[in-house]
Design a protein around this ligand. Structure first.
Ligand SMILES: NC(=O)c1ccc[n+]([C@@H]2O[C@H](COP(=O)([O-])OP(=O)(O)OC[C@H]3O[C@@H](n4cnc5c(N)ncnc54)[C@H](O)[C@@H]3O)[C@@H](O)[C@H]2O)c1
Length: 336
């Protein structure tokens, strides 16, 4: 089997990590092209990763590069348009989450993808590939906790990243589309149902820079699902201890808890300050393995034609829920 030839687009904070995985840790793939509007990132691609063809212009890469697949790790506001162009150029597409910032753009992508059923198009909801989150789904499918009735999930970032996140909000769509979209995807996945209404509260308690976007540095939400399930979400950008993503699924016959102590290792330090563990510092520290598994899954799907575990309709539902929750947060009303 020939390696899948990939062009990676965007080599920023996360794109660099994806590129390193694809070059060094994913089998059946060769990264033969890279695209970024930042020359330093292309220098990294050529000189550190030995990627042969580099482009500052995405359309030029699609027209000229010898590639079969595109791996998009660009700003969220560009995703829908770039996915459509890749599909129309005959490429398989992996795109980072979220699919888009509104349902209309998601629908456009879904409609175009329907014209190219032989090409894989998937969105990177990385938690689905984390071995612990995947095991929780397997246990739910096996009936281990009876009927899942509540998903309690949080995305909590270290305070140090808030200054990066403030300007990032201009293209990310805000904390709901950027952070809670993961928790929203998990709630649908575990509850097996669609969100029907939502309420959210919070504010800019520490980082006033988010106020210009009517965004939050800490917030909570309560959501109801069509089958009677509930979800409670928490997001924070002011954690002092580390990146603290955790999820609890309450069922009629048991409870599953994932990641309740964000330990970086299994070492517990016991001294005069108490008993503690070092914590993971960022999303990559927590989900490093999952990003590799996710990239391998995309390459395998492209080779075999197997449907990805997160399709465009799942991604559209996550965006639709994020739109509702953003509206709930911004209005203070129950929406749905
Ligand atoms: N799954 C996760 O947990 C996770 C974590 C972080 C980021 N992300 C997603 O990854 C995406 C990128 O985030 P990031 O933190 O790496 O952002 P970033 O700002 O660090 O990087 C964005 C990249 O896009 C490139 N870019 C911008 N416009 C371009 C264009 N017109 N053509 C080609 N390249 C262009 C930039 O050069 C840069 O390399 C976002 O959609 C974000 O939601 C997902």
């Amino acid at each position: 089997m020939q390696n899948l030839k990939i062009g990676i687009v965007g080599l920023g904070r996360l794109g660099k990590r994806h590129a390193e995985n694809l070059v060094h840790r994913v089998s059946g793939a060769s990264v033969t092209a890279a695209c970024s509007i930042v020359e330093d990132e292309l220098h990294f691609a050529r000189n550190t990763l030995n990627i042969r063809d580099t482009y500052q212009d995405y359309d030029a890469m699609l027209a000229q590069a010898d590639i079969e697949a595109v791996f998009l790790v660009t700003s969220t506001s560009l995703h829908a348009e770039q996915i459509i162009k890749a599909l129309e150029a005959g490429k398989h597409v992996f795109c980072e989450k979220p699919l888009a910032l509104n349902v209309e753009d998601c629908q456009k992508v879904v409609d175009v993808a329907a014209r190219y059923p032989q090409q894989i198009a998937t969105i990177g909801f990385v938690r689905r590939f984390d071995p612990s989150y995947a095991e929780a789904r397997r246990l739910i499918d096996a009936g281990a906790i009876g009927q899942p009735i509540l998903v309690r999930s949080q995305t909590v970032d270290l305070d140090d990243f808030a200054e990066f996140q403030i300007p990032f909000t201009a293209t990310s769509g805000g904390f709901v589309h950027d952070m809670w979209v993961h928790d929203l995807d998990l709630a649908r996945w575990y509850l097996g149902s669609e969100m029907t209404r939502a309420f959210a509260i919070g504010g800019c308690y520490k980082h006033k820079g988010f106020e210009q976007y009517n965004d939050a540095d800490n917030a909570s939400a309560l959501c109801q699902y069509a089958n009677g399930g509930n979800a409670y979400f928490f997001a924070s950008r002011t954690a002092q201890h580390g990146h603290d993503t955790r999820t609890e699924i309450v069922g009629t016959e048991g409870i599953l808890k994932i990641g309740h102590t964000p330990s970086a290792t299994r070492v517990q330090i016991c001294d005069r300050a108490g008993a503690r563990t070092e914590c993971v510092q960022d999303f990559f520290g927590r989900f490093e393995d999952a990003f590799r598994i996710e990239a391998q899954a995309f390459v395998d799907c492209a080779h075999t034609g197997t449907a990805p575990i997160c399709d465009l309709k799942d991604a559209m539902a996550a965006t639709s829920d994020a739109v509702i929750l953003t509206q709930a947060y911004k209005t203070g009303e129950v929406v749905g």
